[in-house]
Design a protein around this ligand. Structure first.
Ligand SMILES: C=C1C[C@]23C[C@@]1(O)CC[C@H]2[C@@]12CCC[C@@](C)(C(=O)O1)[C@H]2[C@@H]3C(=O)O
Ligand SMILES: O=C(O)CCC(=O)C(=O)O
Ligand SMILES: [Fe+2]
Length: 351
């Protein structure tokens, strides 16, 4: 039977009444939402008030146990979160042909398209997104929004700036829980001395349209983020799930004004595996569409190598990972996907 899937454009998913075969996932027991039979209590990732006097300890525990947490009192204004959410809605509400005017030309890095991890999966994901990785978004905004161009670029610039400051603040606190400071990181000193602005952040606007059969579809398949840490704003619709060894998939219920933070692979490397990157995914919904805005923070600007912090490794070692730049790591990630950390590991787990 010919497949109808070839004609399905991700820009129109929300209008489909049936789930095409290419979007139908064959879930195994391990993919299920159900925790192992031993786990009886519903679990929640910690919600941490950044003004709490114990914030360092709380962040450290959350990173060790979950690799993810939610933050309140983070200093990002609700109006900025609303603005970036409404910009995203305006974009995704446009007809497919207009969204395609912002299609990514550089293999899914910047611009509109399906998730970059899509080629690693047999089935397609029930989502679309816009990646803002460099300045090329300005030309795309000018094409799709000639009138509101300045306003929308302003929102993105402000969001990037605020997120970068917050990411730096989180980095300091999380490192504090490991007994180190940013001064113990070679690249942080270098970038500070050279006066260059820290930070390479990528914004990914994700849209998960309503889905006729959500239990057989996947919004964004299980993955870890490649960056140091991700700060995620999710609309009032849940869908994000994080994986915890003893509990299985745990849903992160949205709390208004609260942001989610995920530990990424670069932090895993920096902490020499003490704070592992968290596997997470996004499920979809039959009645309400969902928007999420991820800020993936890669740390230092320029081609700086990230390696385990010597003070964390200790005098006898071992250093588990070799130094990599973010761009080198991304290249490896998009070659071997979930084996990327293994690919740069210098000491075998059995050694
Ligand atoms: C810098 C990047 C990280 C990212 C791939 C990308 O080139 C741009 C988008 C990022 C994103 C967002 C959604 C999930 C993810 C796994 C993906 O497919 O694209 C991440 C990538 C990542 O962290 O590896
Ligand atoms: O939409 C979500 O909740 C998750 C998004 C995500 O994991 C990402 O953009 O990397
Ligand atoms: Fe992610």
């Amino acid at each position: 039977m010919p497949s109808i899937t070839e004609d399905v454009s991700i820009g129109n998913l929300g209008s489909l009444q049936t789930l095409p075969d290419s979007f139908t996932w064959n879930f195994t027991a391990a993919d299920s939402l159900l925790p192992p039979s031993s786990a009886t209590v519903k679990e929640f990732i910690p919600v941490i008030n950044l003004s709490d006097p114990d914030v360092t300890t709380l962040l450290g525990n959350a990173c060790k146990t979950w690799g993810a947490f939610q933050i309140a009192n983070h200093g990002i204004s609700q109006s900025l979160l609303d603005d970036v959410e409404s910009l995203s809605k305006t974009f995704f509400d446009m007809p497919s042909e207009r969204k395609l005017e912002a299609a990514s030309s550089n293999k899914g890095v910047s611009g509109y398209g399906e998730p970059r991890i899509s080629p690693f999966f047999e089935k397609k994901m029930w989502s679309e997104g816009l990646t803002i990785a460099d300045g090329s978004y300005r030309n795309q905004f000018l094409t799709i929004w000639p009138r509101d161009y300045t306003k929308y670029c302003g929102i993105i610039e402000e969001y990037k700036g605020e997120m970068e400051n917050l990411a730096n603040r989180l980095l300091s606190c999380i490192l504090g829980s490991l007994g180190v400071t940013v001064d113990d990181i070679e690249w942080a000193q270098k970038t500070e001395k050279s006066g260059s602005k820290m930070g390479r952040g990528v914004i990914r606007l994700n849209h998960y349209p309503v889905c006729p059969e959500p239990e057989r579809a996947m919004g964004l398949a299980a993955h870890t983020d490649s960056c140091l840490l991700t700060i995620l704003h999710q609309s009032n619709m849940g869908g994000l799930q994080v994986f915890k060894e003893e509990s299985g998939w745990v849903t992160v219920e949205p709390i208004p004004g609260v942001l989610v933070v995920n530990i990424g692979d670069l932090f895993h490397i920096l902490s020499n595996g003490k704070f592992p990157s968290v596997v997470h995914r996004a499920r979809v919904n039959q009645t309400k569409s969902r928007i999420s805005i991820a800020y993936l923070w890669g740390g230092p600007a320029g081609d700086v190598k990230i390696s385990p912090i010597s003070k964390i490794v200790g005098p006898v070692g071992p250093y588990l990972y070799r130094p990599v730049t973010w761009s080198e790591y991304l290249r490896i990630k998009f070659e071997v996907f979930d084996k990327a950390l293994d690919a740069i590991r210098v000491v075998n787990p059995t050694n």
